[in-house]
Design a protein around this ligand. Sequence first.
Ligand code: PFF
Length: 455
Amino acid sequence: MAEASVSRHGMWSSRLLFVLAAAGSAVGLGNIWKFPYIAGENGGGAFVVVYLLCVVLVGIPIMMAEVLLGRSGRVSPINTMRKLVINAKASPLWVLIGWMGALAGFLILSYYGVIAGWALYYGVEMASGHFTGADAAAVSGTFDDFLANPWQLLFWQTLFMAMTIFIVARGVVRGLEVAIRLFMPALFILLVVLLGYAVTSGGFAEGFAFMFHFDWSALGVDGVLVALGQAFFTLSLGMGAIMAYGAYMPANSSIGSTVVSIASLDTLIAIVAGLAIFPIVFANALEPGEGPGLMFVTIPLAFAQMPFGALFGTIFFVLVSFAAITSAISLTEPALAYLVEQYNANRARVAISLGVICWLLGIGTVLSFNHWEQITLVGGQNFFGTVDYLSQNIMLPLGGLLIALFAGWVLPRMVTEEQLGSSPWVARFFLPLVRYVAPACVLAVFAYTLYSSLT
Ligand code: PFF
């Protein structure tokens, strides 16, 4: 195969920038809101151990596979798969990996933009002092009123989507990279500041114990599968986002060590987020609730009761917004890069068109919290539930499974060695993981999510 050494879309200026970009994609609502809660509820330390195993045995090999496929194609995931399929004389059906990924990214972004819009709203409300001194009824009333008003939700969704599309339209180097250079260090600093605040809040020991107590009995089969599912979603795997980013990775950096750095950063941030959130919750004698309740009711309430709560609450929601935007920009890349290549189109124009369609689709999610709340589509879920379920529970695991199988069984060994080097660990670790272990684990999650949705 004629190897392109650069991508027409631009290249990350260094290995570090690639690490930050991929970590930016990985670190999002999944880390700051979901991980701490599910770790606490599924056996704490026991869950963290199993989650780490999942990251190592499934997450890292599939991420390596995505990066190696992307870097060997140097084009969008759809066209990369086309190139690789021709090269390997394999069935063109494998190109579906690219198509399904582009579609999944689009679907995820349609609701991700709505929820991230809430974080923007809460950041502004915190800064204005709206929550200062508020009691539980007032804080949950604010959330209920906010959700009941589609125009409000629409406004914040529009703002978030406009910011995302603005960044994406400017291109890989002038848009994505500039945003990543700015937001990622800011995110690290804000997280450390919040951690410091949590350590001195008085609830640190309790928060730490909630996340790390070793309770194997609370884990169970469910917990193991939740850990695997989380490893998958949080690392942005299965939809080609990392494959698209891999296409812009410098040729001379090692894929193995780079991917290990990305996965470690993602995990570290999830753990630190938990250690920053729970002490604040416990210091105020609150219960760590689930889902939107934790992030948009419990946490604002905790900050409302604390000294400098408005300041640190604002910091928290700015942090969530930064994390969400660096994930959102990666969700558009597979579809965007493909359309630019296919129609030789102007990137900004494609970005705006895609953004508008995605924004329109997101209105379905906006309405799912008020007017359409009771209107059910697939499996008794409303519009938001359906889009979320299809993308996260079906398309991502299926995409991940196919990526692992393609990289493990179909891709010529020569291409793998070209990208990963021919050191013995490729045969000893990467191939067995990507051929057997990762597909078996993903199949288990896949079967389980289907099973549990049917029962
Ligand atoms: N990894 C993101 C999170 O943890 O919130 C979500 C995500 C982003 C999933 C990008 C998939 C993706 F391609």
